[in-house]
Write a new protein. Structure first.
Length: 663
């Protein structure tokens, strides 16, 4: 049986010659050393020597149950954040770690020796007070120990920015008002957030990151312009196109907003007119199409039709007026309501008088009872000492000192009290009669008022309804004119929006034509090399610059699309840009940090080829023209690559962590 032919894999390409730009002996800037203190007065807990070329920060992944804990959370991202902090970013850790570090190490700090344009800067930043940030031109960090010396951290940041942007670039940056701190934008690209997962060319800082970088809230187009500016394909003409596109985009948005507002008003008027004419909204607009009329004639015919319906509605509206009988009844109602008020006053007066007479009767009856009791006591006296009945005649001789009541006088008082009670009862009867009469009069008047008010209210309601009907009918006439006016305005708005869209599209086409003047050949040459070196020898890498941005693409047995491959495109693009910077084809610094780029999605062999490619491009640590810092949990290949591991940390023990303690 014949053997099945096996497709031979092409060998990986050798690296092309990497030639430094004329006059450049080392990267424009790179980090030579990172030092970490729990207390700046004590010995450092970390002293990490970095070199030019490839630098690996490794956190090995253990086997078995400890695998999750040891490879991650060891401090790789924190190490990157500390470098970013030394290079001018506002924060050095996420909020929880920041609180923990400041509480445990109030006198702690991080320092770095940074080479900038051939000179060494010593930088130290405190974890606590920003007032103690220090930077000066010095060979070592030891020269920052003098607390009485003057240090200028802002001068260091200015030097970094001056090294990253030349005079022409700074002039172009003045046309980017959103880029108020250009160095922070460039730093964000060179040191991407691990949280961004390298999922886009301009995704440098996650919106929720605690870095406080201004890049977080910048528009993608702004970040793209800074990237183009750093790479080279950006000019004064690009800036003019950028401003023109921003203005054209704003005009397009305003035109669209005006059109939407007019559509809403038109829809509201159409519905209101349909309600007024009692027809379906669809019959109001658009006008019915006609093969015998052009658009203008169709609209005019439809206007006449709508106007006729409105006039018909006006003629059909009922007319109700206030006739003399109704006016007279209204006047009678007002008069009766006044009489009711008078009757209510008389009822109140009669009730008050009846209450007074009732109180008088009660007092008279009480007095009558009292006087008659006294009369009975006078006819039947008792001894004041022992209450025994007395014989009046005998008592005159036996007890001459006792004064007995006079029965005749007591009878006179009782008779008077009885007469007073009778008079009081007569007064009460008279008052009750007055109250009853006043109440009857009041009830009669109230009944007449209710009857008359009902007739008057019904008439008023009929007049109001007819008035409302008439007003609505007349309003439909105005709505017809308003609808046609809004239709005209809406047509003008649609034309304006179409013109704005066309202007924007034409400007975009002009930008694409102008962008063709900028060559991406050098960038594509290095990107293609890295794609063939890392992905597969038969793969191909392309970089397209158009009006929508820069588009690195990996073509391998067709255009590949996957999360891992998309991230790899971004990683290799960054690296290609760094190599262009080495040769002077790009304005960007030949410095780059990648924090664990998609390790869970890339196989170890792909990672190994990245390691080997940059070891081959910069084999000598003393002369490598770039600095590439890569954090990883993937085991670096044994041999020369393993020798580029600058720091090995883990999470299995406190001592193995970056801070050598559990935070």
């Amino acid at each position: 049986m014949p053997r099945r032919p096996v497709q031979e894999r092409l060998p990986f390409p050798d690296p092309p010659g990497l030639v430094c730009a004329a006059g450049r002996l080392e990267p424009v800037f790179w980090v030579r050393r990172v030092v970490l203190w729990h207390d700046v007065t004590q010995r450092p807990v970390r002293n990490v020597q970095l070199r030019r070329g490839l630098n690996v920060i490794w956190s090995p992944t253990a086997r078995g149950e400890a695998a999750v804990a040891t490879g991650h959370a060891a401090g790789k991202s924190l190490f990157c954040r500390l470098i970013r902090y030394c290079l001018g970013e506002d924060t050095f850790a996420d909020p929880d770690d920041t609180v923990s570090i400041r509480e445990r190490f109030p006198s702690g700090a991080v320092g770095a020796e940074v080479r900038v344009r051939g000179l060494t800067w010593a930088v130290r930043r405190s974890f606590g007070s920003r007032r103690d940030d220090r930077a000066t031109r010095a060979d070592t960090l030891d020269q920052l120990a003098d607390d009485g010396a003057a240090y200028d951290f802002d001068a260091f940041i200015s030097e970094l920015e001056a090294s990253a942007f030349d005079a022409n670039q700074r002039s172009l940056l003045t046309g980017m008002p959103e880029v108020d701190r250009p160095w922070q934008f460039l730093l964000a690209w060179l040191t991407r957030d691990q949280e961004c997962r390298i999922d886009g060319l301009t995704h440098w800082r996650h919106p929720d990151t605690s870095s406080h970088s201004p890049v977080r809230h910048a528009r993608s187009s702004v970040r793209l312009d800074v990237l183009r500016l750093a790479l080279g394909p950006y000019s004064g003409r690009s800036g003019a196109f950028r401003k023109g596109l921003v203005d054209a985009g704003a005009r397009n948005e305003r035109a669209a907003a005006m059109r939407r507002a007019l559509e809403n008003r038109f829809s509201s008027v159409r519905d209101e007119l349909a309600h007024g004419l009692r027809v379906d909204a669809a019959s109001i607009w658009p006008p019915p199409a006609s093969l015998l009329q052009d658009a203008a004639d169709a609209v005019e015919a439809h206007r006449i039709s709508l106007q006729g319906l409105a006039d018909q509605r006006v003629r059909a509206a009922a007319t109700v007026t206030m006739d003399p009988d109704h006016v007279r009844e209204a006047e009678q109602l007002a008069q009766l309501q006044g009489e009711v008020a008078g009757a209510e006053a008389r009822v109140a007066t009669a009730r008050a008088r009846a209450d007074l007479e009732r109180a008088r009767v009660a007092l008279a009856m009480a007095e009558r009872v009292k006087t008659w009791a006294a009369y009975r006591a006078a006819n039947h006296p008792v001894c004041p000492f022992d209450d025994t009945p007395l014989d009046v005649e005998a008592s005159k001789f036996k007890c001459p000192n006792v004064r007995l009541p006079d029965p005749a006088a007591a009878r006179s008082l009782a008779d008077n009290a009885g007469a007073e009670a009778i008079l009081a009862q007569e007064g009460l009867a008279h008052a009750d009669d007055e109250l009853q009469s006043a109440s009857g009069e009041h009830a009669t008047l109230k009944s007449r008022v209710r009857t008359l008010a009902q007739r008057v209210d019904q008439r008023y309601a009929a007049v109001a309804s007819a008035t409302r009907e008439s007003q609505e009918a007349w309003a439909t006439r105005g709505l017809v004119h308003r609808l046609l006016e809004l239709s005209r305005q809406l047509d003008e708005s649609l034309r304006a929006e179409d013109e704005a869209k066309l202007a924007l599209h034409q400007l975009q086409e002009e930008q694409v034509t102008a962008l063709s003047e900028h060559s991406t050949a050098d960038l594509e040459r290095w990107f293609d090399f890295l794609v063939r070196r890392v992905v597969a020898p038969e793969a191909k890498g392309t970089v397209v610059l158009d009006g929508k941005g820069l588009h690195p693409r990996i073509e391998w047995r067709g255009t590949r699309r996957s999360v891992a491959l998309n991230s790899l495109q971004v990683v290799l693009f960054d690296l290609a840009a760094m190599l262009c910077a080495v040769e002077g084809h790009s304005k960007a610094p030949a410095f780059l940090i990648h924090d664990s780029p998609r390790e869970g999605d890339l196989d170890s062999s792909t990672y190994a080829r990245i390691f080997h490619a940059f070891l081959e491009l910069g084999p000598d640590e003393a002369t490598a023209p770039f600095q590439y810092i890569l954090t990883t949990t993937t085991d670096p290949p044994a041999g020369p690559v393993r020798s580029r591991v600058r720091l090995q940390i883990g999470a299995d023990t406190e001592a193995a962590r970056l801070f050598q303690v559990d935070l």
